[in-house]
Design a protein around this ligand. Structure first.
Ligand code: DAH
Length: 338
């Protein structure tokens, strides 16, 4: 009987190790270890042995069972691994397969924004981010915009609650910086702003600004003019000139509106500049004393200038885009032109 068991172990081992599928292996297992399997039959036959032989033979049969179970389990794990590998290689996604997926490209507005950021960073400005969902405190109060100011009207501002809104200007970022950073400060803050305007050829409810702020001892309007003049030459053309026109902003005193000489006609007058030779690109001024002291900066020691430029407008001027809505439409035909 011992010999028979040994033979069974050997044949089962070779069958198991050469089996080619989980199914084949399971069938083999049933054939040997199942209810009417070969080894089970031998186990049953033990009752016919003399009682003194039974324990030793019982031990041999149990050991045989353990061995058979072990190599069946070994082969099973090999087969499972092979099957998984096969499945994985069949289901592999070849990401290089379709070479005709059209590639997108940077939106012209982002190209302009990056170019502007590069310019100011090269002049030593730091870039500061500030939230698009703002409080009335940062968007208005701290910028010296009183509660009855028309800019606070519902028709201009997307209010979320009476104290929370979508920022109407990146100027809110000036305050956040001045609260955190001690002068000298040189920062820009580019980003989206929102006004509840009906979209038309010259208005969109979302547009983009780039705010700039410099605060230090002895800063004057000359510094503002110098920086903006270099910016205009770098950005448009080396012959571009700038012009300051007196204006009013609650957070600057004095305030100016800044024009650049028309990039299309060089200042002679054309339909782009409506015959004036100049195009307005930003608002600026010397930071109002009230704004400085509100942020804990002594206006008798420090002075500063600030500016806020419209990036959409600059993009439109450079590329001759005559409808403000088009850049927002996500139409690939628009992007392909640049
Ligand atoms: N915040 C102004 C606007 O949205 C633009 C502006 C004007 C920003 C003058 C400034 C500034 O920092 O000094 O129209």
């Amino acid at each position: 009987m011992e010999e028979k068991i040994h033979e069974l172990i050997e044949t089962t081992k070779s069958k198991a190790l050469s089996s080619q599928s989980i199914r084949e292996l399971t069938d083999l297992k049933v054939e040997i270890l199942g209810k009417s399997g070969a080894l089970t039959g031998i186990l049953r036959g033990l009752k016919d042995l003399s009682p003194d032989l039974r324990p030793a033979m019982g031990k041999i049969v149990n050991e045989a069972r353990e061995k058979i179970e072990a190599f069946i389990a070994l082969r099973l794990s090999e087969l499972e691994r092979e099957e998984l590998d096969k499945k994985l290689s069949k289901e592999r996604i070849d990401i290089s397969i379709d070479k005709n997926i059209p590639l997108g490209k940077l939106h012209p507005l982002n190209v302009i924004k990056r170019k502007a950021i590069d310019f100011f960073v090269s002049m030593g400005f730091m870039v500061s981010d500030s939230p698009e969902i703002e409080t009335t405190y940062y968007n208005f109060d701290m910028l010296n915009i009183p509660p009855d100011h028309p800019a606070r009207e519902l028709q201009d501002t997307f209010f979320i609650t009476d104290k929370i809104l979508l920022r109407t200007q990146t100027s809110a970022g000036q305050i956040r910086t001045m609260e955190k950073v001690k002068p000298p400060i040189k920062m820009i803050s580019p980003g989206r702003v929102f006004r509840s305007d009906e979209a038309d050829a010259t208005h969109t409810p979302c547009f983009h600004q780039l705010e700039g702020l410099v605060v230090d001892k002895g800063i004057t309007m000359c510094d503002l003019k110098g920086i903006l003049s270099s910016f205009a030459k770098h950005f448009f053309d080396k012959d571009t000139t700038i012009r300051f026109r007196p204006s009013y902003f609650p957070f600057t005193e004095p305030s100016v509106e800044v024009d650049v000489s028309c990039v299309h006609c060089g200042g002679k007058g054309c339909n782009v500049c409506k015959g004036t030779g100049f195009i307005e690109i930003l608002g600026a001024g010397m930071v109002n004393r009230r704004v400085l002291s509100g942020c804990g900066i002594d206006p008798d020691v420090y002075t500063g200038f600030a500016f806020g430029m419209g990036l959409d407008r600059i993009t439109a001027i450079i590329h001759g885009i005559n409808d403000a809505r088009v850049p927002f439409e996500g139409d690939v035909r628009f992007l392909k032109q640049f």
